[in-house]
Design a protein around this ligand. Structure first.
Ligand SMILES: Cc1cc2ncn([C@H]3O[C@H](COP(=O)(O)O)[C@@H](O)[C@H]3O)c2cc1C
Ligand SMILES: O=C(O)c1cccnc1
Length: 344
């Protein structure tokens, strides 16, 4: 199936040329630290040395509800999900404020919110697959057809964002309960037990955390035979919003457009994208480290070191958007700092 075709990495020749330019800048070797690595990565993804300024950054928030949210895994009720979709549309969410400050566009899409979102613009629900997903410890999240529909939606959305000029894409999330399927997808993909991946999400207490771990473990035990395949894994343990985010990232990588990852939901989608399109992770950078344990475990597996580590655990794409100024600075340093050889 073509969906599982490997993705070629950013050009090694360009990467080497970018590394050579970095080494020749009028700075001591290594003095730019991780900004230097980031600059080399951006240049390689652009296939351009020096890299172009990263002006067009676009965020897509994939919204959806999760059957598990009725089973004591979150500190909040699922009615928050449609309320937050309306808040993104008003430009008043956490990510909205950061994105406005940094000149990043935000588009929110309802893939599976358990509400008909009456009165919102039709383009918000254009890709809706269903209302809510199955409670993954008891039943599959989706049917196979729904998973394929959601992945295809994500691919279309990526193509639209790229056609609109995106040089860097961010996937954000909104959906009460979504840290549970995100942890389950990461556990299934990395062969880890629930105990290692499950975190507090919106801030559950000790006893709710023990219960959430049991829910994740039950979901893993229920589906163990089917998680060798990424589409089956998304059907069993994911959701429409997570499958669409995975399709979005896989399509970005195939198109040669870099993606800046956010917290545990975004990184779970990235793990799935790298399974759907092996090698896709070479097109991803990690915006920040979330407090969710699964996110760090998955970033290690993908070989990614987060840019920021400031204790954020919001989701929505916020940690990635907060890192955008550093990505921009990295590209600009590699293009605009003098070469030491030109000074002497
Ligand atoms: C007001 C509010 C705004 C949010 N924005 C993102 N999330 C984040 O928290 C939720 C995931 O955590 P859990 O799995 O514990 O429910 C998701 O909605 C995620 O997008 C929010 C959560 C709340 C309550
Ligand atoms: O890691 C995240 O992005 C996250 C953590 C908790 C709740 N929502 C999102």
């Amino acid at each position: 199936m073509s969906r599982y075709e490997a993705v070629s990495a950013p050009s090694e020749v360009v990467r080497a040329a970018a590394a050579e330019r970095l080494a020749g800048l009028a700075t001591p070797p290594g003095a730019l630290g991780r900004l230097g690595d980031l600059a080399v990565w951006i240049a390689a993804t652009q296939s351009m040395v020096p890299p172009a300024p990263v002006t067009h950054v676009r965020t897509v928030i994939f919204a959806g509800d999760h059957g598990v949210s009725d089973h004591g895994v979150s500190a909040f009720p699922k009615a928050i999900t449609p309320a937050m979709v309306r808040t993104f549309l008003m430009g008043k969410a956490g990510v909205s404020v950061l994105a406005a400050q940094h000149g990043v566009s935000v588009r929110v899409l309802d893939l599976g919110v358990d509400d008909d979102l009456e009165g919102v613009a039709p383009e918000v629900t254009r890709f809706k697959v269903r209302r809510g997903s199955g409670a993954i410890h008891l039943e599959d999240a989706l049917t196979t057809d729904e998973t394929l529909q959601a992945i295809a939606a994500g691919e279309t959305i990526a193509a639209e964002e790229i056609a609109a000029g995106a040089q860097l894409l961010i996937s954000g999330d909104m959906g009460i309960g979504n840290t549970t399927p995100a942890a389950a997808l990461i556990a299934a993909s990395l062969s880890l037990p629930a105990m290692e991946v499950t975190g507090r999400g919106t801030g559950i207490d000790e006893s709710a955390l023990a219960h959430k771990m049991a829910v994740v473990q039950q979901a893993l035990d229920r589906t163990r035979e089917r998680t060798g395949d990424p589409i089956d894994t998304l059907t069993a343990l994911g959701s429409a919003d997570l499958a669409a985010a995975a399709g979005f990232m896989a399509a970005a990588a195939r198109a040669g457009v870099p993606v800046l990852l956010d917290g545990v939901i975004s990184v779970a989608a990235a793990v799935m994208a790298d399974r759907l399109a092996p090698g896709a992770a070479a097109w991803f950078a990690a915006g920040h480290r979330s407090t969710e344990p699964a996110q760090t475990l998955a970033l290690d597996k993908l070989g990614l070191e987060p840019i920021l580590d400031v204790g954020m655990r919001l989701g929505e794409g916020s940690g990635a958007v907060a890192a955008v100024p550093l990505v921009r600075s990295a590209a600009l340093l590699l293009s605009d700092v003098a070469l030491l050889a030109d000074l002497m």
